[in-house]
Each structure stands twice: as structure tokens, then as C-alpha cells.
Design a binder for this molecule. Structure first.
Ligand SMILES: Cc1cc2nc3c(=O)[nH]c(=O)nc-3n(C[C@H](O)[C@H](O)[C@H](O)COP(=O)(O)O)c2cc1C
Length: 306
């Protein structure tokens, strides 16, 4: 029997559950130098905002034993530049495109949602209320469930019907309440999660390794943490469509997230380590399914026992 890897999000079938994680494959089709992008279930862009943003000063990335800490600071060329120069490069007929966006105030979030919402080539939006690496906006909304719900409702209204997935922060103990508020506000689903606030220190210079003094931890170190929280969200809100993001580096990791309740799984740091990782993982996912006697991957969704 043929192996079925397809999944669905916001009523659209994706050929497989793998997608890029925002910020790890740029705003354009650079990754197509390594493999045909259409092999992905969907492509998620780096975050864009109404106005261009230069991000934080270097150093903006440092490695840890099992991941990396970044404080890029949401550098991007602005939505107009993205639409004029990068959007036309995406094979949007064969590759569902998800555009990640943010603002630094309610008004700039709404403005971004309105500009992106009217673009037919975009399948869905991912609303970032969870970036730990900027001084203003982002995570401030993610820390307050009521403010998050209000922001999401206003953005959804501005998009005029485009599905909006809300990317949550794992950094707050009230993440279940935030999940509840943003779903009530009309989100299509949730991306679980962004990076974890973290830092590292260079003992020779006695300085922080990152210009901002801190950043967000990603990579294998965070998988068990995000897996637990995603499963808690799935347990409380079993109907909600969840996109997993955090630490995926093997086919086994993909299956773990699906067992915990995910509909789709993002690859972030894994792509920074090896840009061919999506096709390497796709092949090894197929082999693993065959070995485990799985013929429909999504039959595993939420099926963790105990
Ligand atoms: C260098 C870098 C840049 C990132 N930029 C963004 C961004 O612009 N918007 C966003 O929502 N998340 C951003 N993230 C978070 C990732 O999308 C992802 O949620 C997180 O890294 C956890 O996944 P991973 O462990 O597979 O990397 C960034 C992560 C990294 C490492």
C-alpha cells in the first residue's frame, strides 16, 4: 500500500508535514539551490514588517552544546520590498507559502496583516507574537493573553479571510490561556513555539556572547520542552491545528511531534546546520514509516499513550 504523508491545515492539503521555520531560510528562494522547494509541505518566510528593519548589531548568533542562541532582531527588507522582489520567485501554485509577520505596535501589526492579507499567492499568515530578540513589540503581546487575543482579532479582520496561524512563545506559564484567547479570536491554528530566552558568556572577555546580552535558544536542546508544551495544548484544545516548531533534527523527532498532536512540523536550526535537511529528513521519514509499518502518517496524530 502506498505511504500517505499528506496532512491538512486550514482546509488545504499539504503533500507532507514538513515546512521551513521562519528566519532559517530567508525571505526568498535561496534554499532552492539545495533542493526543489516543492518537496516541502509548505514554506514559511522569515518575518516581515511594514517598514524595513536592520536588526541587532553583531554578534547575533552563538553556538551552544545542543543548539544555538540568536538575537538577529527580525531584520527584514519590509513588506513592499518582499512583495515586489521575492514573492514572484516562489512557485506558489505548487508550494503553499506561509508568510510570517510582526509589528511593534497594534497599528503596525494591523497594517502588515492588511497588506499581506490581500495577496492571492499567499496561502496563510503566521503571526509572530513571540520574538524574544527585540526591544519593542513581539513578545510583549505574547506575554498577555488578553492583549494577544485582541491583537489577533484585529489582524484577522484586516486580512479579510486569510488563515492566520499564531506563533506562541514558550516563555510564559500562561501559554494555555494565550492559546485559548487567540483561538477564540479566530486564529486558524497555532505554531508551537518560538525560541526560549537564553544567554551565554565568554569567560575570557567576561562579556555576553551576543550584542543584545541575550537571545533565543533553538535546536535539539529545546525539543523535549516544546514537545511537552505542544502536547499540553493538544490535550486542552484537541480540535486546534498545531504546527510544531522546536528542535527537530531527525525523522523520529517528526513522529514524536505528530504523536503529541501536531498537524505539521517546522525545521529551523536543522536547516542552518545542513540546508538539505528537509529532503534528508523526508527520505528518512519515509524509510522510518515503512520500517514501523505506518501507511498513513496522520493516523498517528495525538496518539501518544498514557
Ligand atoms: C536565526 C534564527 C532566526 C529566526 N527568525 C525568526 C523570525 O523572523 N520569526 C519567527 O517567528 N521565528 C524566528 N525564529 C524561530 C524559528 O522559526 C523557530 O521557531 C525556532 O528556531 C525553533 O525551531 P528550531 O529549534 O527547529 O530552530 C528564528 C530562529 C533562528 C534560529
Amino acid at each position: 500500500m502506498a505511504l500517505k504523508l499528506n496532512t491538512s491545515l486550514a482546509g488545504q492539503t499539504l503533500k507532507n508535514p514538513l515546512m521551513t521555520a521562519s528566519g532559517t531560510s530567508g525571505h526568498s528562494t535561496l534554499l532552492s539551490n539545495y533542493f526543489p522547494l516543492e518537496k516541502l509541505g509548505a514554506f514559511v518566510t522569515k518575518g516581515v514588517s511594514s517598514n524595513a528593519k536592520i536588526g541587532n548589531k553583531p554578534p547575533r548568533i552563538c553556538e551552544t552544546p545542543s543548539g544555538l542562541i540568536n538575537c538577529i532582531g527580525l531584520e527584514n527588507p519590509g513588506i513592499k520590498f518582499f512583495i515586489d522582489n521575492y514573492l514572484p520567485q516562489f512557485p506558489s501554485e505548487t508550494l503553499p507559502l506561509i508568510v510570517n509577520f510582526f509589528g511593534n505596535s497594534v497599528d503596525t501589526y494591523i497594517k502588515a496583516a492588511a497588506s499581506l492579507g490581500q495577496i492571492e499567492e499567499i496561502f496563510a499568515l503566521e503571526l509572530n507574537i513571540s520574538c524574544p530578540n527585540v526591544q519593542k513589540g513581539g513578545i510583549l503581546f505574547g506575554s498577555d493573553p488578553i492583549a494577544a487575543g485582541d491583537l489577533v482579532e484585529k489582524c484577522i479582520k484586516a486580512t479579510q479571510g486569510k488563515p492566520v496561524f499564531v506563533k506562541l512563545s514558550p516563555a510564559f506559564s500562561n501559554f494555555l490561556e494565550t492559546a485559548n484567547q487567540v483561538m477564540q479570536a479566530g486564529a486558524a491554528g497555532l505554531t508551537c513555539f518560538n525560541t526560549y530566552p537564553a544567554t551565554d558568556i565568554d569567560i575570557q572577555s567576561k562579556s555576553f556572547k551576543l550584542s543584545l546580552g541575550k537571545g533565543g535558544l533553538s535546536g535539539p536542546a529545546i525539543l523535549p520542552l516544546s514537545l511537552l508544551k505542544l502536547h499540553e495544548i493538544h490535550t486542552h484544545f484537541p480540535e486546534v491545528e498545531l504546527i510544531a516548531s522546536g528542535g527537530v533534527n531527525t525523522a523520529e523527532d517528526i513522529i514524536k511531534y505528530i504523536l503529541a498532536g501536531a498537524n505539521a512540523v517546522q525545521l529551523g536550526t536543522s536547516i542552518l546546520i545542513n540546508p538539505t535537511s528537509p529532503i534528508v529528513l523526508l527520505d528518512s521519514l519515509k524509510n522510518l514509516c515503512l520500517k514501523m509499518g505506518i501507511n498513513n502518517l496522520m493516523n498517528l496524530k495525538g496518539k501518544v499513550k498514557g
